[in-house]
Design a protein around this ligand. Structure first.
Ligand code: PMP
Length: 416
């Protein structure tokens, strides 16, 4: 028996969709208004905002705003009109690519319109039917979706578990001996949900045991990790062993777009094969010129990154000292774990927003296991130590209330 295709689209059927009725516009799809800054407006009230990936505070930097505005004035949003391969090539695109590549110690770079589509397309164009992928179980959706296009074998290793990696590499190696293909390992520099780092040192050490190429998605590491901000490979001293380095502009670069960098042969190949770039319009000029300015500041103003780490260290140390469970984060991403059901979680989030004036994102089942609630704090260089203190105090108070049963409820409600 057939059904109407749209019958299954009853929102109550999906994991997050069932919260739409009570939560839309509040827990999900909230609107933060005003200039991008630590204090923004939520439903007309000022809130201390820990929910934007504006790591080094570039989003509202006066030089960035000016570069964006000047570029928009000079070029408009339409230029260049066409895909890079056809009519969308400019010297600015090429200049940005070379500067990005130089910064991350790679020979060549190539721009991507979005990180998500870019990484899907990188994986898709690198892997043929006979090739094999080996990837971390906590990989970002864009990596998983790239792998969904892959027609050959893929093996997943347990998150950052090197015994599991070794086992999957043995299977992968056996497989490519049969198929005549090669192996691509995919992992992340910083895992964006929990802030722990990909085990890049251990993985690259396996290069002496197995023949593989390594692709690292460093979305949260670029601009935040490493001595110069060149990312998690730099942090571990293994950047030269990362064959293909990827990052988005959506985080520390406070923009939109992304890039991939590696050896010229590989980047040339990607440039002529990535469907997301061949069949889509080139990044508009204000994005490219704006990204050149952001990169210039990111490289030449290390104090931005130092400010970020001052806030990160104060926040993470303070929360840990106050007894909070932040698991294994070693990056600016600061997850705070609580035990409780979704209804309790949304109740204390509401209290935090309405009575403490603090805005964070909440992560619940199915992203984290049932019975766990995670508040995800993203510190930035623009936050202050006073913001940190206020937040630790507020978190300590809500923890007492949570333990005293003040947020107990069976159902998610919204009565604000
Ligand atoms: N990879 C990771 C690890 C991410 O966190 C994200 C989300 N920004 C992406 C890729 C996708 O990047 P974009 O937002 O540029 O599409």
């Amino acid at each position: 028996m057939s059904v109407d295709l749209f019958d299954k689209m009853q929102m109550s059927n999906s994991d997050l969709g069932k919260y739409r009725e009570v939560g839309h516009g509040y827990y999900l799809f909230p609107k933060l208004e005003g200039e991008i800054a630590p204090i923004m407006k939520f439903r007309g009230k000022d809130v201390l905002n820990w929910s934007l990936n504006n790591y080094i505070g570039l989003a509202n930097h006066p030089e960035v705003r000016k570069a964006d505005a000047d570029a928009a004035k000079q070029w408009g949003m339409a230029y260049p009109m066409g895909a890079r391969m056809m009519s969308g090539q400019t010297s600015y695109h090429e200049e940005l690519e070379q500067k990005l590549a130089d910064f991350v110690s790679k020979k060549r770079g190539y721009l991507l319109n979005y990180g998500y589509q870019g990484i899907v397309s990188i994986i898709d164009s690198l892997l043929g039917r006979n090739d094999v992928a080996v990837y971390d179980s906590d990989s970002h959706a864009s990596i998983l979706d790239g792998l969904r296009l892959h027609m050959g074998k893929r093996y997943v290793f347990q998150h950052n578990d090197m015994d599991s990696f070794d086992k999957q590499m043995q299977r992968a190696t056996k497989k490519v001996e049969e198929t005549g293909g090669g192996i691509l390992v995919v992992t992340e520099g910083v895992f964006g949900m929990e802030g722990d780092l990909g085990n890049l040192k251990a993985i690259t050490d396996f290069k002496s045991k197995y023949n593989f190429r390594l692709l690292v998605d460093d979305a949260h590491g670029f601009g935040t990790m490493g001595k110069t901000g060149a990312g998690t490979g730099e942090h571990f001293g293994v950047q030269d062993k990362i064959d293909i380095y990827f990052s988005t502009f959506a985080k520390a670069m406070a923009g939109i777009g992304a890039f991939v960098a590696g050896d010229p042969d590989v980047i040339n190949y990607l440039q002529y094969n990535m469907r997301s770039q061949i069949f889509a319009k080139s990044l508009p000029m204000p994005m490219v010129i704006g990204a050149l300015k952001r990169l210039d500041l990111l490289i030449n103003m290390p104090e931005l990154r130092e400010n970020l780490w001052t806030i990160v260290n104060a926040l993470q140390k303070g929360l840990r000292k106050a007894g909070f469970d932040l698991r294994k984060t070693e990056s600016p991403v600061t997850p705070v774990f609580f035990q409780g059901n979704v209804a309790q979680g949304t109740n204390f989030l509401k209290d935090l927003r309405e009575n403490f004036g603090i805005f964070t994102s909440i992560v619940v089942y199915p992203v984290v296991p049932k019975g766990t609630i995670m508040l995800r704090i993203i510190p930035t260089a623009s936050h202050t130590l006073e913001h940190v203190e206020r937040t630790i105090k507020a978190f300590s108070e809500i923890l007492v209330k949570l333990k005293a049963g003040e947020y107990d409820a069976e159902e998610v409600t919204l009565d604000v």
